[in-house]
Each structure stands twice: as C-alpha cells, then as structure tokens.
Design a protein. Sequence first.
Lengths: 479, 299
Amino acid sequence: MQRFDAAVIGAGVLGCFAARELSRYKIDTVLFEAREDVCTGVTRANTAVVYPGYDHKPGTLKAEMTVRANASFNRLCEELDVPFSRCGSLMLSYGQKADEVLRKKLRQGLVNGVPGLRLLSPEETYAMEPGLAPGLSTALYSPSAGTVNPWQLGIAACENAVQNGVQLRLNTRVIAMHADAGGFVLETDRGTFAVKAVLNCAGLASDVVQELLFPSAVHIVPTAGDYLVLDRACAQMPARIIEYEPEDGTKGLTAVPTVEGSLLLGTTERINTVCYATEESGISEVKAMAVRLFPGLDCNDVIRSFAAVRPNPMSRNGKDINSFCIEHPAKLFWSLIGIKTPGLTCARELGFYLAGRLAEEMAAEANSQFDPVRHGIRSVRGLSFVERESLVRQNSDYGEIICFCEDITRAEVLEAIRRGAVTVDGVKRRIGTGMGRCQGARCGQKIAAMLSEQLGISESAVMKDGPGSVIVRAGHEKL
Amino acid sequence: MRSCKLLIVGAGAAGMSAALSAWEAGCRDIILADRASRPGGILHQCIHEGFGRRESGSELTGPEYAAMLAGKLERSGVTFLPDTDVLSVEADKTAVCSGKSGLERICFEQIILASGCRERTIGSLPVAGTRPAGIFTAGQAQELINLRHLDPGNEVLILGSGDLGMIMARRFTLEGRHVIAVLEQEAQYGGMARNFHRCIEAFSIPLRCRMTIKQIHGENRICGVTAEHIDSGEREFIACDTLVTALGLIPERELCCKGVEGEKWLYLAGNCRKVHDIVDSAAADGERIGKMAASGFYM
C-alpha cells in the first residue's frame, strides 16, 4: 500500500490547480487521473472565457471568486507561461428587455467590483466592432474580460504541481474508497493507496466519486453546447469577446477571438445526449445566430465544430444549483461537484481555497521550496527573424516545420512528447498542432510517427485521443 | 544573404514546369524551394497513371512524371533548395526560409508561388456527431497507403466523387479493402468521365448520388454515419470503420498576403492560382507563368 498525505482525484483544470495549490504546503500529494493524459474531459471543450464577474449575485462565492480570479489572471498566466489575451468583452442589446438585463448586470458588476464596466452607446460600440449587425441599442463593455486556452492552462498547472513534488498517476481510476483510523483508503485499478485527505475534482464523475464513501446532496446532469471554430483569416473577426442573448429568449451566442487567432462561436446549453457529440440543430443555431450578429461572416471559413459537456449540478429534488458546489461531507474530505461556468476562470481560486482549508485541517506548514514559475514549451510562432534564427542555430529541429497551418516545429512536438503527450491530441493540447485550417490532415500522421518513435510503440498503437481511437492498423486486425 | 532573379516556391508539377520554362526562356538565376527533400510534391503519392501526356505522349504514373521533370531540372541550371519552408514573402522582395540548417532570407527580383492547394476537411461542412479517429481526407489516405504503407481501415465509405474520391475508391479496392459506397451530393459524379469509368465502373463500386452525411457515429473510432438522401430527406445508417472525404481543394495562398498581394513581381502558378482538373493543366499553367516571369527580365 502506498501512502500520501492527500489525494486529488481527477486531473482536469480543477484537479491540476488543486494539486498545484496543495504543493504550496508540506503536503505529500498524489494526483489521480483515469485517462492516459490530463485535461481530457470537461476541460478539453470549453468557451475559453475568463469572465469579469458581473453575472453573479453580489456577496456570492462565485461573484467574489470570479472578480478576484480575473484580477490576478495576468500574473497567473505569467507564472505559468500560458498565453492570455485580456481582450475585453461586449454584451450586446438589441431591444428594451435586453437593455434592462444589461443595466442589471452593470449594477451587479459595479457592486461586485468589476473594473471599467460601462454601458456604451451604439456609436461607441460600432466604433469598437464595426462588423456587428445594425440596430444595436446598447452594449455592456467589460475591459477586464479575457480568453485563455483551457487545456494549456490545466496542463501548465499540472506541470507546475509535478515540479513542486506532486505525483501524477495517469491511467489510474479510483474504484472504491473507505475510511479508516488514519484517514482514507483508495482502491484503484493500479493498487491501493492510504491517504489522510481527499480532494475530489472528478468533473462529470464527481458525484459518483463522492458516493463511493458519502452521500451526495448534489448530482450531475450533464448539459452540452455546440461550437464552431472559424479560420483566423475569416471576415469580421471581432477584436473582443461578443456576447448576445436575444430578446425572444432563444439561444444566444458567444464569439471569442481565441489566443490561437481563430474565432470560437458557441451557444448556450442543451440537454446532453451522446458525450462530446455535436447536434445538427445546435450547429445550425450557432451558424444562424452568428450570421445574424455578424452579417459579413462567411460560414465557409468554419474549420471545425465540436461539443462541450458541462457538469451541471442539480439538487436531489431536481433543481438547478447556481452556485459552486463545494461539498465537505467529512473532515479532510472535500468535493467540487458540478463546477461549471465560470469554473475555468476560478480554477486557480478554487484550488487555492480548497488547499487552504485542507492545510488548516491538517495543520500543514507552508512549503518554502514552492516555485510558482513554470516554463512553457518554446514556440517559434510570432518570433522575430533574429530570435527564430538563434533558436534554429541552438536546435536544428526548430527549423523543421511539422504543422504548416500553425507554424509549429519538430522541436516543439518532441518537447510535448517529452512532457507527457502520448496521443496525437495530447500533442495538440500542449502545442496547438492540427488546430488550423487543415485540421491535422497534413501533420497528424507525422506526429503519430514521432510518437511511435519516441515512445517505442508501433504506429498502429498510437491513438488519436483516448483508448480505442486507433488511427491506422497493423496487419489485418479488426477495428 | 542568398539572392536570385527568380524564386519559385513549391517543386510540384507546376513549380518544376515554371522553373524549366523560365530557364528555357533565358532566365539563368533560379532557385526552386520545397519543403520536401526531393522535387515532385504530391506526384509521389499519385501512383496511378495519367500524367505527362503533353510531354511524353503516353500516360505516366505520378512518380514517373515527377522523375521525368526532376531529370530535366537536374540537367538545367536551376538550383533546387530541398527541406526548405518559405515562411513569408516580404514587400522588400525577400523571402524568409526555414530549414534544418537555419533561417535565411532569400532576396529575389521576381517570385512565383506554386504552393498547390490543400483539401477541404470534414470540419468545414460541418457534420454533427462525435469526432473519432478513422476520418481521413482523400489525400491523407493516399499518403498513408502509397507512401507510408500504413493501413487506414477496412470498411471504407467515401464522401465526394471528385477525381481524388474516385481514385481513392479504386485504391482501397485494389488494397483488398471494401469500399461500401462513394456518396455524392450532386446528381452525377464530380470528377472526370475517364476516372469514373476506370475507377468506379470498372470495379463495380456503388456510386450513390444526391446523398450526403449528416452525422458521425463512434466514440473512439468511427463506426458509421447517418446519411441523407438529399431529395427525399430520408436517412439511413451506414456502418463503416473508415470515412474518406474528398470535398474539394482550396488554393494554398498563405504567402500571398497583405503587403505583397497584387505586386507585379509576384506570380501565382498551378493549383495555387486556380484549382486545375488535371496535373497536366497545372503543369501547363506553371510553364506559362514561368515564361511570363522570365520575359519580365528581358522586356
């Protein structure tokens, strides 16, 4: 039996930050992930917005955390070396009802302490975003809103956690738990672990994980959302995040100019059917709304559609829960159950909060060796000639381009593999390969070949994403 | 800094033809740069016949045609620059190139972009459903089979009956794979009649017109699609373990961006200028543009 002070269950963006924040203390931590890599669940598909905090009722944990998290996002992304764009956001109104909603959000935001929040006239709005449809009545401008790549943030947090002593156990599913005198015993499919404390960050399965040992007042009903990604060369690319909820109560739209340079369009939620599958109606709704809002937009610029799944928390009597559900069924056992929007924004704050409470319960000392700085994978994209030239001179692999669309080199792919990518999509989540207009049609197999070579496995054993996502076969085995 | 009178980006059929015709027209200072270590571009994976009718009078395979052009290139004084990615073309008539040996600027007087085209992917449709493994563009499948000797799958459905779609239907069949059908949204096949006869008819591969795909199924690897009969709206599930998309080609003009677009020293040739039906026409286009660029020096 292996022993640790604390176990974090689930290595999505929440679990990775919980582990990273725990490593600020002298708490020997293990981070369990059932899949072959981190950030493959809820984190992998997300609106990627760092919210300013005007959406939540004053005095709530969500409001307080979102505003605080947003304010410290630059520092966090500098520490973790993750691209962050504080591009600002505009929430649009095309009618009286929405005007009223925006005024309410403004008041709420001002009480919450959201900086720079103000209502704009149509003239001011069109000056900022000339591509918007005519007929605007007003817009709520929030300069502090921003966007970050969710999986890059989660992976960075995980790397920083490991750097500070956290042990990451991939392919390890917790299947049973029981309490004993020393704390908790976790049965996994890779052995038994004895720990003093448990942080449950299991995302879509967080209610089930808590129920391994305690009843859960909250249960998760997944909801889904459909998204489109448009090429960076698309017409009408907004400079800011655009949010719109129509007067008639139909689905709204969020348009995000991402840190990668593409345009992400997403709707509000629908009932989840198949995990991570888009729906026809969802896709056509996003398209219709996008064209309505940006009349010059050309849907031929779409390069991808995907679906997100959100862990929607519900009470046992079937009511939606709007606040963050932080369950504490016993001393030294904490669960984050159903953390959805703005979970990405607050991931670090939630981790910090949990780690702090746990450290208190354990009377743990601070870890004076904690280093918050993580270095990202050096990329060539956007470098000046001189910088790029010197990089190629140091390492000739920086001269060979693997992903043409996104300008990503062999050196970057090799470093992604060295840092733990074991699938083609694992490489994508670390460095962005295949995210451009050809969607990996040209680089996918080159990356699979590099994975095969570096990991010492056959090319037919290289997966696209999770287990079973075989790309090419060996011999005549059945797929 | 290296310099030349004429820089050509891309050593496929169009780029090689442009280099050869510019050389023959008297331009004596030509660099032909390509990402790959040998000239030929996409021709290497086109192992079927039907190339180089103009020059050879017979039907060569892609690799044979590439070898023929490469041979001529070698006998000319055109400098071939292998393993070189042209990253950008600047308004001061320099091109930034990246390769294993480093980053360099090549200074030119005129430039021909012959960077070909890329394939439209399923993401651009877009189709509903999951995003499993087992979905390939036709060109990608062609590369896997013909150049990498890998096996993309067994029960193959092909979407799009352009030339590439039909050629890959035959290729999979010749590899002993089962091509379930080629789906086509129009009322007739999209490619040339000769490819229809040689690839589809000759192998009795079902071509199903006025059909499209509405949904992808399969969590990890594709297990089927929901197809729709466009006219009746009727739907059916078609089981497959591989989906090959031949949805058309888009000229690759990333290098021809703001700041240099429209400059009279910049030419587009071959599929980079406009998508051609057959390689021979792309090559003829390259030839014409090469001559035109060369005449720019001797007007």
